[in-house]
Design a protein around this ligand. Structure first.
Ligand code: BGP
Length: 493
């Protein structure tokens, strides 16, 4: 029998021509497997070797609570997990899983304690020399975030953070200093962690000291403009100073689904997603999109730009990175639905998803969707800079008599998400790599808790500040080691 398809006569598919069962996983050979941390959530040593305080040192309750007048002992970040003194052992442990990449941040106030000095703090620079050397010795590429929610406190209190244009110059000096110092050690960089966080959490996102209730949209977009210019300048500098090095932007990637197929819910979704994509649009395309210019016009927002700003913005990033923990739902009228919790953002609860102990809805397929969404929009390489499950872990005795955690729930979460990353690769998306968030337990950014654990490595420290700080491998440690060793093949087991 002959089939007519597309005007051409064809023979029907024979049994042996049926779609083959896929034999191999599609992760590229050089896929950057690894994990991620941030300085303020794990280093501790908040005032050692000349470090100045950062905004985190006065945020004892994360974004959930008020700031304190000065660093106070109850703030778990002041000690963190003591990475500052234990980095060598921690890096060795992480390397034991075969990490190819280790995302970490430089605490800006270790290098420039106030932020506006002319000269850097040599002890701070020397610390990161040792950290990067250790990474390279153990075969891991460091991927460095220049600003991960840790604006120097002085810049927040005396300049109102990124609302002041002078921060562009201070950031430029900081970038020049670290690019020149680490030119032979660091190839991968990110400018601002979750740059879109400025809209909901202006202090954490952009070091803005003015209480957020007093800020107008104009204020926030103006501060974002300064960050965009600074980011473009950093990208330009990096390309000039370290040929071949790659700069990425980083956004909090929580995209929305429409609550119903009603056209007005679709429009609400489009608008919600633009609030996220606006930030990568500017950094990846190099100009302000028409939808935001129209919005500004409608709302009477006028962004002050200096001559040369728009030209500078054309220095676009080499890759797009994002954090992914959850998706959310939206509707034209959200009031009739139950509100969901979320990572620095929230929407309407999706009735089809389960959630973590902190109410974040778990949606592995949303990661495949997000990867495709970003790639369709930019056709630039993507890096999953954060993903993971914050959970309460119980320490038990392992088969070898050592303390451990049977964290099958974490393994299931990560496996499900990684399988979706693989599907995205199979969809044709260029995914450079994947960093599991909080690969070693650390202090939570939103709630400043330690019991919200993400790691493959357990750190014995509790919310009341007790604990020996000893490190123990969880069950997920060996699981992830095998995933990396087999370049993802073991995910099928
Ligand atoms: C992102 C931040 C991280 C991190 C993570 C998990 O928003 O970039 O710093 O902490 O979320 O969030 P949390 O620590 O609140 O669980």
């Amino acid at each position: 029998m002959l089939w007519l398809r597309g005007g051409v006569l064809r023979t029907p598919p024979q049994p042996h021509q049926k779609k083959k069962e896929k034999a191999k996983m599609s992760f590229p050979k050089n896929f950057l497997w690894g994990g991620a941390i941030a300085a303020n959530q794990c280093e501790g040593a908040w005032n050692e070797d000349g470090k100045g305080p950062s905004i985190q040192d006065v945020m004892p309750r994360g974004v959930m609570g008020p700031v304190s007048d000065q660093p106070e002992a109850s703030n778990l970040k002041l000690v963190g997990i003591d990475f500052y003194h234990r980095y060598e052992d921690d890096i060795r442990l992480l390397a034991g899983m075969g990490f190819k990449i280790f995302r970490l941040s430089i605490a800006w106030s270790r290098i420039f304690p106030r932020g506006d000095e002319e000269e850097p703090n040599e002890a701070g620079l020397a610390f990161y020399d040792k950290v990067f050397d250790a990474c390279l010795r153990y075969g891991m590429e460091p991927l460095v975030t220049l600003s991960h929610y840790e604006t120097p406190l002085y810049l927040a209190q005396h300049y109102d953070g990124w609302r002041d244009r002078r921060l562009i110059g201070f950031f430029e000096r900081y970038c020049r200093t670290v690019f020149s110092r680490y030119r032979d050690k660091v190839k991968y960089w990110i400018t601002f962690n979750e740059i879109n966080a400025i809209m909901n959490f202006p202090l954490m996102g952009a070091g803005i000291w003015t209480p957020k209730e007093k800020l107008t949209l104009q204020d926030k977009y103006q501060a974002a403009h300064h960050e965009f210019v600074a980011s473009a300048l950093a990208t330009k500098l990096l390309h000039e100073m370290i040929p071949g090095a790659k700069m990425g932007c980083m956004v909090l990637g929580a995209l929305s689904y429409p609550m119903t197929p009603k056209p007005e819910d679709m429009i609400a979704m489009m608008e919600a997603d633009r609030n996220v994509m606006f930030f990568s649009d500017v950094q990846a395309r190099g100009y302000y999109p028409s939808y935001i210019r129209k919005r500004w016009e409608r709302e009477g927002i006028e962004i002050h730009m200096e001559p040369g700003d728009e030209e500078l913005l054309k220095n676009t990033v080499d890759y797009i990175s994002f954090s992914y923990y959850m998706s959310k739902c939206t509707a034209a009228d959200c009031s009739q639905y139950q509100k969901g919790a979320g990572n620095l953002t929230s929407g309407v609860k999706n009735p089809y998803l389960k959630e973590s102990e902190w109410g974040w809805q778990i949606d592995p397929q949303g990661l495949r969707y997000t990867l495709n969404y970003f790639y369709d929009r930019y056709q630039k390489p993507l890096f999953v800079a954060e993903n993971g499950l914050g959970a309460v872990d119980q320490l038990t005795e392992g088969p070898d008599g050592q303390p451990t955690v049977q964290d099958d729930y974490r393994i299931a979460y990560l496996r499900d998400h990684l399988l979706e990353v693989e599907k995205a690769v199979e969809d044709g998306v260029d995914v450079m790599g994947y960093a599991a968030w909080g690969c070693i337990d650390l202090v939570s950014a939103s709630s400043a808790q330690l019991k919200k654990r993400y790691g493959f490595i357990y750190v014995d420290r509790n919310d009341d500040g007790t604990g020996t700080l000893a490190r123990y491998k969880k069950k997920s440690y060996d699981w992830y080691r095998r995933v990396i060793e087999t370049n993802g093949e073991s995910l099928k087991e």
